[in-house]
Design a binder for this molecule. Structure first.
Ligand SMILES: Cc1cc2nc3c(=O)[nH]c(=O)nc-3n(C[C@H](O)[C@H](O)[C@H](O)COP(=O)(O)OP(=O)(O)OC[C@H]3O[C@@H](n4cnc5c(N)ncnc54)[C@H](O)[C@@H]3O)c2cc1C
Length: 504
């Protein structure tokens, strides 16, 4: 019998991991030291790539229906609008979700918990991981529970336990990086004003920066900004201290404050994401500025990357060596993300002359010019939406056909249903042109689903080449690309990453 996987922490990372594995039929237990689901709205921005991953799980429609799709970003100098980035235009040929979904983290987590219940899995609240030991072929873990502590044995342990991760500490992994000097605030408010609407609004001037976007019901907004130095020393800072500043920045009338919090921003990446049978994912492995709405989305990306590999190993369809690809694929992106958000963040929110000049002149003067270019809009959309993430350097990635190479996210074709046909449960083979060939016959015994695609102008523009076979991983990334006339190359790839004894 397969021992369950222990998932530590029921934040978005742990919940998505539990969901993906449960859907694959892998036994999991998910423990959470808190007494119940989180109540803070924290992460609001759900990016397009996360929704694409949810489409693989079959839950994208429900998640989208629960939030507000934000279709544009407006750049303002104080109250005056100076430029617009319409995500819908920029992303319309890139993703089926050309927007940022505004969905409070607490609602998001509750939806995931509900989805998990359909597989008979419930979060074990009031249950805290105290200690663990990797015994080579299993991991024993001590869990503190209200009634009685428990020691149990698991196949693997996944630390999705946030920035203060006890799993990371138990593995004695360094978490190098730092903390920014500035104090930030986040306020969920009922408010009105011209600079608050159903889109993202970024107001910058020499002294300050303020982000506003819609949440929950009409007239409710999330404001994120910098606490001025004169208040930062005060403890605690409250919204009333900042009300005049907000009024001056965006001319908003704030009628009610539903949630207010201040925080310092860290930027850190753990030295490793795995030691033996124990993994870390999400904030346990990386933290950075919440500006750009990347943190939770990156954690969900980690969860998906690790889950399908663990699922394949435990169901006997992949060799254990496939797990070695988790850290290189995800730590690389985490490092780039932390480094780039660090540079952008310092430049934009700093208090030195250079940062003030960026806010006062560069953003309002050059921002509009840059945002008029399709190329800039597309690059920005790909960056923020996380659709540009690729694993081309991974040991799992092989070959290139057209401009699509092993490790790329499978390009989306607006007029095809390829994305609908992909599944979180199995690999797929995109075969161009459609029809039976040696490669399509070959993949049947590996349990791979064949998806026929015509070689249209659209497929060519998206980067696909004729006479090609693209093996797509359960997470929607191309594992390998081959010429259909070279089936032996594909066979050796399949023999390396699939366990032949298991056929389904
Ligand atoms: C104000 C703010 C705004 C943000 N906005 C965005 C945004 O718009 N978009 C975005 O992508 N990200 C955003 N983020 C970041 C986002 O909230 C985090 O990246 C996300 O919550 C990380 O999820 P996680 O599951 O990895 O960790 P967490 O959400 O921290 O969950 C970890 C869980 O593990 C539990 N736990 C810890 N130790 C143990 C233990 N020993 N035993 C059992 N349970 C344990 C904790 O109680 C916790 O519930 C924002 C963050 C903040 C603070």
């Amino acid at each position: 019998m397969v021992r369950p996987i222990l998932i530590v922490g029921a934040g978005p990372t742990g919940l998505v991991m539990a969901l993906w594995l449960s859907k694959a039929g892998i036994p999991v237990r998910i423990i959470e030291k808190n007494a119940g689901p989180g109540e803070a709205s924290r992460a609001m921005a759900v990016q397009a790539r996360t929704l694409e991953l949810y489409q693989l799980l079959g839950i994208a429609d429900r998640i989208v229906a629960a939030g507000i799709p934000v279709h544009a970003m407006h750049l303002r100098r104080g109250r005056e609008e100076v430029a617009t980035l319409p995500f819908s235009d920029a992303g319309q040929f890139i993703s089926p979700f050309p927007f940022i979904l505004s969905l409070p983290q607490d609602i998001h987590e509750r939806l995931l918990i509900e989805e998990l219940s359909h597989f008979g899995v419930a979060v074990e609240w009031n249950s805290e991981l105290m200690r663990f030991r990797d015994d080579g072929d299993s991991v024993s873990a001590e869990i503190r529970r209200p009634e009685e502590d428990e020691i149990a044995s698991f196949s693997y342990v996944c630390g999705c336990d946030g920035v203060h991760s006890s799993v990371r500490q138990g593995l004695r992994l360094e978490f190098p990086g730092g903390t920014y000097d500035q104090m930030f605030y986040v306020a969920d408010v009922v408010a009105s004003g011209t600079a608050l609407n159903q889109d993202v609004n970024v107001s910058a001037d020499a002294e300050s920066l303020l982000l506003g976007f819609p949440i929950r019901s009409e007239g409710t907004f999330r404001l994120v900004g910098i606490v001025p130095k004169e208040f930062a020393a005060k403890s605690p800072v409250d919204f009333e201290d900042l009300r005049p500043l907000v009024k001056a920045q965006i001319d908003a009338e704030v009628q009610a404050v539903n949630w207010f919090s201040t925080y310092h921003v860290h930027h850190r990446v753990a030295e490793h994401f795995r030691v033996g049978r124990v993994f870390i994912a999400g904030d346990a492995g990386h933290v950075h500025s919440p500006a750009g709405g990347q943190g939770m989305n990156t954690g969900i990306g980690d969860a998906v990357n690790l889950s399908w590999k663990l699922g394949a190993v435990l169901s006997g369809t992949a060799p254990e060596s496939i797990l070695d690809s988790y850290e290189p694929e995800r730590i690389e992106f985490a490092k780039v993300l932390v480094h780039s958000t660090d540079r952008a963040f310092r430049a934009v929110v700093g208090t030195n002359l250079q940062s003030r000049a960026i806010r006062r002149f560069l953003v309002p003067r050059f921002g509009p010019l840059m945002l008029r270019l399709d190329a800039t809009r597309n690059v920005l959309f790909r960056l923020v939406s996380q659709t540009q993430i690729h694993y081309s350097h991974s040991e799992l990635s092989e070959g290139v056909r057209g401009s699509v190479q092993g490790g790329d996210r499978l390009p989306w074709l607006p007029n095809s249903d390829i994305y609908d046909q992909l599944s979180s449960a199995r690999w797929s083979l995109i075969c161009i042109p459609s029809g039976t060939s040696r490669v399509t016959e070959m993949v049947g015994r590996f349990g791979i689903k064949v998806i026929d695609v015509e070689f249209t102008q659209e497929a060519q523009s998206a980067g696909f080449a004729a006479d090609s076979a693209y093996l797509v991983r359960p997470d929607g990334y191309v594992g390998a690309a081959f010429d259909i006339h070279e089936p032996d190359l594909m066979l050796s790839y399949l023999e390396k990453w699939f366990t032949l004894s298991v056929e389904n």
